[in-house]
Design a binder for this molecule. Structure first.
Ligand SMILES: NC(=O)c1ccc[n+]([C@@H]2O[C@H](COP(=O)([O-])OP(=O)(O)OC[C@H]3O[C@@H](n4cnc5c(N)ncnc54)[C@H](OP(=O)(O)O)[C@@H]3O)[C@@H](O)[C@H]2O)c1
Length: 307
């Protein structure tokens, strides 16, 4: 089978599409034929040396595909099921940029039926992050105010829709040419991160979802009201800023579960969440897909067309 594989050279990794043996079924695992694999910033960051995965290793977290076989002890899934989920690459499993993958049944669920394979394959990581943040970490109530940094990106675009659906007032930071897009998702205010200082535009917010980190994270404490919450996917809680502003700070690490993926699928099928795929690349052009994700400022998600 074909895979997009990282091979270590000095501090970085080279990515090449190569033939390897397909994985054999194991007890407690699901053998999936991958059709589409979503690209995340994580993928190019790992290629550039942000983590030290096994060497060589097949890259990719998100996928959509069809169950080909289930190992002993697996319940609730059977051959022919169309599923989506995460390969568990970050936790040491082989990645989803591959024609077949052996996955943990707890990291997958039946895919949403109302969208295409590409949209389903693009959703797992960003969707689970946004769902966990909005409904479990912030626990937003109607009328509460949330600022979502990077509202036009993968996680941000789903978080905007979830927060809007809960009746929250949603402000986002985004590029000027993404204003119409984020408003169409449900944002009430769009702040251009290149020409405006968000901390001078809004204040008294209940929640900030930080998908950018660094200076943006630090300045975000100023727009929170006392008792507010900031969740960051990039920064550990800053104890000094927490006590200075009287707010709670949380670092969010992704935790896929079948329950969250099932909930996401329902939200998609009921029309509460839309996934926007900007561009698809064949598996042979995975390097270009990663470059596009990093540099081309995609609107929505990038997908690898594996099958
Ligand atoms: N902790 C974890 O487990 C975990 C899990 C998933 C993701 N993450 C991290 O979370 C971050 C967001 O992920 P994602 O998938 O949503 O990324 P993404 O799809 O690349 O979206 C990022 C968005 O932020 C925008 N942006 C860039 N600079 C900005 C700024 N200064 N202010 C406001 N917006 C800005 C980008 O706009 P342009 O298009 O204009 O550049 C883009 O729309 C990534 O760094 C990712 O690695 C962490």
């Amino acid at each position: 089978m074909k895979v997009a594989r990282l091979i270590k050279t000095d501090a970085k990794y080279d990515l090449s599409v190569t033939d390897v043996d397909a994985p054999s079924l194991e007890a407690g695992k699901v053998l999936v034929e991958v059709h589409k694999a979503g690209v995340n910033p994580l993928d190019w960051k790992i290629k550039e040396g942000a983590m030290s995965p096994r060497d060589p290793v097949t890259l990719g977290e998100d996928f959509e595909g069809v169950v080909r076989d289930v190992g002993a002890g697996v319940s609730g899934l059977e051959p022919g099921d169309e599923i989506y989920g995460m390969a568990g690459f970050v936790n040491g499993a082989s990645g989803s940029f591959a024609e077949y993958d052996l996955v943990d049944p707890q990291n997958v669920a039946l895919r949403p039926k109302s969208v295409g394979e590409a949209e389903a394959g693009a959703l797992p990581l960003t969707g689970v992050m946004a769902l966990q943040a909005v409904t479990e970490l912030f626990r937003l109530s109607p009328g509460e105010k949330i600022l979502i940094h990077g509202g036009a990106g993968g996680i941000g675009s789903i978080a905007v829709q979830l927060a809007r659906n809960l009746g929250a007032h949603v402000a986002v930071t985004c590029a000027a040419d993404e204003t119409d897009y984020v408003r169409s998702l449900g944002a009430s205010e769009a702040i251009d991160y290149e020409t405006q200082n968000f901390e001078e535009v809004i204040s008294g917010y209940d929640a900030v979802y930080d998908l950018i980190g660094g200076e943006v994270y630090e300045k975000s404490f100023r727009v929170l009201k006392p008792g507010g919450t900031i969740v960051s996917t990039l920064e550990p809680p800053d104890e000094d800023l927490m006590s200075k502003y009287g707010v709670k700070a949380i670092y969010q690490h992704f935790q896929p579960t079948r329950k969250r993926l099932m909930k996401l699928a329902v939200l998609v099928d009921e029309g509460d969440i839309k996934v926007h795929v900007d561009k698809a690349f064949p598996l042979t052009e995975t390097s270009e897909a990663l470059r596009f994700q990093k540099e081309a400022r995609p609107k929505g998600k990038i997908v690898i067309d594996v099958k």
